[in-house]
Ligand binder design. Structure first.
Ligand SMILES: [Zn+2]
Length: 109
């Protein structure tokens, strides 16, 4: 395994229109898990676990930039879309991670 191979990993999200959205995978600095970032509707960045989860609470709703929204069964385009879990929920070091994101947001404001 090379550093380059790691850097080129992508999450593929199949689109209703055919084809797939590809988002670069990164690694959680706290626990090393594979994650990707998507923008929230509020303008923040949310880390999502790179593997789709059937019961995940989030779907990617826009491609440029990748934008995440809470899964809503009442929205037709959400049903059948790949669902993801927030890495906030999965990360063993979530407390510290959340603090760091909050600091970053404050600095950008
Ligand atoms: Zn983590």
């Amino acid at each position: 395994m090379t550093t380059d191979a790691r850097a080129n990993r992508m999450v593929e999200i199949a689109l209703e229109s055919g084809g797939a959205l590809r988002i670069p995978v990164t690694h959680c600095r706290a626990c090393g898990a594979e994650i990707f970032f998507a923008r929230t509707l509020a303008g923040g960045l949310m880390p999502l676990s790179s593997r789709p989860a059937p019961d995940g609470g989030f779907v990617v709703t826009m491609l440029q930039p990748p934008t995440v929204a809470g899964y809503n069964d009442a929205i037709p385009s959400h049903r059948g879309a790949p669902r993801f879990s927030s890495h906030f929920a999965d990360c063993p070091a979530a407390g510290e991670f959340r603090k760091r994101i909050a600091l970053r947001k404050t600095a950008a404001a």
